[in-house]
Design a protein around this ligand. Sequence first.
Ligand SMILES: Cc1cc2nc3c(=O)[nH]c(=O)nc-3n(C[C@H](O)[C@H](O)[C@H](O)COP(=O)(O)OP(=O)(O)OC[C@H]3O[C@@H](n4cnc5c(N)ncnc54)[C@H](O)[C@@H]3O)c2cc1C
Length: 540
Amino acid sequence: MAGRTRESDYVVVGAGSAGCVLAARLSEDEGCDVTLLEAGGSDRSPLIRIPFGLMWVMQSPRFDWRFVTTPQPRLADRALAFPRGKVLGGSSSINGMTAIRGQEQDFDLWAQMGARGWDHDSVLPYFKKLETFARGDASFHGKDGPIHLSDVSYRPPIADAWIAACAELGIPANDDFNGAAQDGAGYYQNNMRRGLRSSAATGYLEPNYGRKNLDVVKRAHATRILFASGRATGVEAVVDGAAQIFRARKEVILAAGAVQSPQLLMLSGVGPEGELRRHAIAPVHRLEGVGRNFHDHFDVPVIYRVRRGTALASQYTPLRAVLHALRYAATRKGPLATVTSPVGVFARSRPELATPDLQYHVALWGFIGHGAIKLPGDAVTAAVCPVRPTSRGTVTLSGTDPMAAPVIDPNYLATPEDRRTIIDAIRLTRRMGEARAFAPFCEAELYPGTGVQTDDEILDYVARYADTVYHPVGSCRMGDANDPASVVDPELRVVGLDGLRVIDASVMPCVVSGNTNLPVMMIAERGADLIKAARGRTTR
Ligand SMILES: Cc1cc2nc3c(=O)[nH]c(=O)nc-3n(C[C@H](O)[C@H](O)[C@H](O)COP(=O)(O)OP(=O)(O)OC[C@H]3O[C@@H](n4cnc5c(N)ncnc54)[C@H](O)[C@@H]3O)c2cc1C
């Protein structure tokens, strides 16, 4: 049974991309106090801060929950590793640092799906508020936000060649995917400041650790939300092995991410009737949408053997590695300051589409399973991701033990549309790899390999090599309060309960056409404003 009890106005569960933003913004008001509970520990590690450390943080039990999906029927029954950050900063501390907002149309679609007030014009000010980016059109970019964006500094000729190859196919060069249009090929912006990771923890928490009204509790695993008469009153958590209660005078805010926010709701008696009954959990409130509408991006690698000396593998002879380390120490530039995929492309699988439906992460080395298998020798990996998947999966409970992982089923490629799109995508990628501009570098297609040509052969390849792009969303969907699929209303309040919100990746009605870290922080920035506005209403 729970021992010590602590009390604050707001209890935020999860110090990830959303939780750090919420804790920092809510504690700006000295008139209220905030407790932030995080199951993981400190993010003070060079592996997290130095971009190249990315190779080691994923799958490290110190920083990653190390979840695994259910066997995926359309992916040759493979159960995929499903990394999620377990550390201050959450997944923003272990992610690839690719900074993308999505397309204007994504947010307008959210609004059409019942998320009133989340159209592009309404969310743009929050994207600007969260970032500092030195260049770019001021009508799109922020100049003094907590998250720093940097241009990729390492631009070898082979990376330029891929961008030129795209131009041959009519895909224009784009030097700002977060500006007026996302279309095109170019270098990514990264969440980095002077060659170091700029995470939700470094941007939002670190400058504010001194605040007296902000209590950041590490190694605090929330196990249950407490309710009284339909109102969330606090959270039970295990802190360093001992149970504690954290009472919330005003609100409990779940920011545990798209896997664990629905898990915590269901463990606390809020969820689909069948799921609660299956585990004999006393229902507090039946909400059929909890854990449903779960979806994720996946990608598939197309890999080329390239001329020796033109890509990254040949940069890592022992001598060169020392030189790169020295250069990084002196200038914070070079390959060590480079994330895995410097080049991006947003393209259409079918020319008639109004906006791109494919995103590429183009890496200057050869790998499968996002680094699980590294290919020897110089290679380029063009990982192609259909950005608007139609397949939907679930997060359900494996049992009633809050320390146990939930059952994660993204249900990749369940729909014929998704299968059609990835077949077309692989064919388009090959046209890029065969373009004149890339020819001086390219020696051979290694994967899928020229023996893979028909639709069935391509799908078989996809089944064996597709992997998550780490963007799960949708499992506590935002929408109109009268829509039975909604878990939260457009003010991010859990439908039918008081004093409880979910603010993280799980509220996206559908995934954005791009990476999810900036959109999650945008959601939290706006969520914090909604909470502040509600407090204004109640204190007046
Ligand atoms: C390996 C990887 C690479 C990625 N690459 C990119 C990229 O390059 N660009 C991009 O834009 N996005 C990327 N993403 C996705 C992006 O980082 C996430 O979408 C985003 O961080 C999700 O934010 P969140 O706040 O919803 O969840 P998280 O940031 O995952 O935060 C959830 C937090 O809650 C904590 N928590 C969970 N359960 C409990 C509990 N019961 N009690 C207490 N604490 C709990 C977790 O430990 C975690 O700190 C990547 C993600 C991963 C994992």
